[in-house]
Write a protein that binds this ligand. Structure first.
Ligand SMILES: Nc1ncnc2c1ncn2[C@@H]1O[C@H](COP(=O)(O)OP(=O)(O)OP(=O)(O)O)[C@@H](O)[C@H]1O
Length: 309
């Protein structure tokens, strides 16, 4: 388990971490999401002891990472897939790490197979695509068979097949009981992958929530109604008269809030207003993310100005 408490870190006058606190539980994939510059990589570097915080603590298995005797057996990490010696083969890259940590060579062949890299194991890693380097980084993170894993933007550079592989792989690692922390600046990348999400902005946590609960709240009370051009206005009028709020989201489509789907069906049927389809809205993770951060005015303003810059 990874526990981060009250981390603060300044680079000159810039505050990168402003009281970052969260825990990564075993048996689940925890998404670590926020816009560029939100402090995700800095947090991960602090967890690994690569950056020293000005305040706060980051503990792995109850201790600072640097004080662990065999750190790779407690936490496997992938921060920068490009950090390898280009002339070295994938297998030799892993052998070098394994031997430096007193791990047996057989682990190298096991993780190569797990990452789907057996056929390219004897090729120089310098010729690998970014997606293959990500796989090699994951193989390295697994060498010590650690109960916790931490991956910074592992979907970067992956083709669609690689993304599917990565999602299944992360889910498999969590199913084995490991605590898996995965950062991304795109909430949608974590669809069908994360069980839990820690949303960050400007160096602090905006939300720390279970994905299922988040999607349920985001979708709560929204109904999509499709009707023909001749009845759509009548449908809107009937529903508004009952206190619902109605907005036109597309031609022939209304989004209704304030009335459950069953009530919308009953009302339109009893008033004789024809409709083609009524469905409860299923929120996407991206929608839930936007809803979650809607009130964080400072965060949204920062995101906008950063985007403009
Ligand atoms: N070594 C450093 N020196 C100066 N500023 C830094 C340094 N490392 C990070 N920062 C700044 O700290 C802030 C947080 O950066 P960080 O890389 O942790 O964000 P991030 O959420 O990982 O973003 P990204 O998705 O772009 O990787 C940024 O404003 C960044 O410019």
């Amino acid at each position: 388990m990874i526990v981060v408490s009250g981390l603060r870190k300044r680079f000159g006058s810039h505050t990168a971490l402003d009281g970052m606190s969260f825990a990564v539980e075993p048996g689940q994939v925890t998404g670590f999401v926020g816009p560029n510059g939100a402090g995700k990589s800095t947090t991960m570097r602090v967890i690994l002891g690569l950056d020293a915080p000005d305040a706060g603590t980051a503990l792995v298995a109850g201790r600072p990472y640097r004080s662990l005797t065999r750190p790779l057996c407690h936490l496997g990490s992938l921060l920068d897939a490009g950090a390898l010696q280009p002339g070295r083969t994938a297998r030799n890259h892993l052998l070098w790490i394994a031997h430096s940590q007193g791990l047996p060579s057989r682990r190298v062949d096991e993780v190569l197979e797990r990452a789907g890299l057996q056929t390219v194991a004897r090729r120089a890693a310098g010729g690998f695509s970014l997606g293959m380097r990500q796989r090699l980084g994951i193989a390295a993170a697994l060498l010590g068979d650690p109960p916790a894993l931490m991956l910074d933007e592992p979907f970067n550079g992956m083709d669609p097949e690689g993304i599917v592989w990565m999602r299944q792989h992360l889910r498999g690692l969590a199913a084995e009981g490991r605590a898996v922390l995965v950062s991304s600046h795109l909430m949608s990348e974590l669809e069908d992958t994360a069980d839990h999400v820690v949303v960050v902005g400007r160096g602090r946590v905006i939300a720390d929530t279970n994905i299922a609960a988040l999607l349920k709240t985001a979708a709560a009370g929204r109904v999509t109604l499709r009707a023909g051009a001749s009845s759509i206005d009548a449908a809107a009028g009937v529903l508004e008269a009952e206190g619902a709020s109605v907005s036109r989201t597309d031609v022939g489509t209304l989004t209704v809030t304030g009335l459950p789907a069953e009530a919308v069906v009953t009302l339109l049927t009893t008033r004789g207003v024809p409709f083609a389809e009524i469905s409860s809205h299923r929120a996407t993770l991206e929608e839930a993310y936007l809803e979650l951060t809607r009130d964080a005015v400072e965060f949204r303003a920062a995101t906008g100005s950063e985007a403009a810059a």
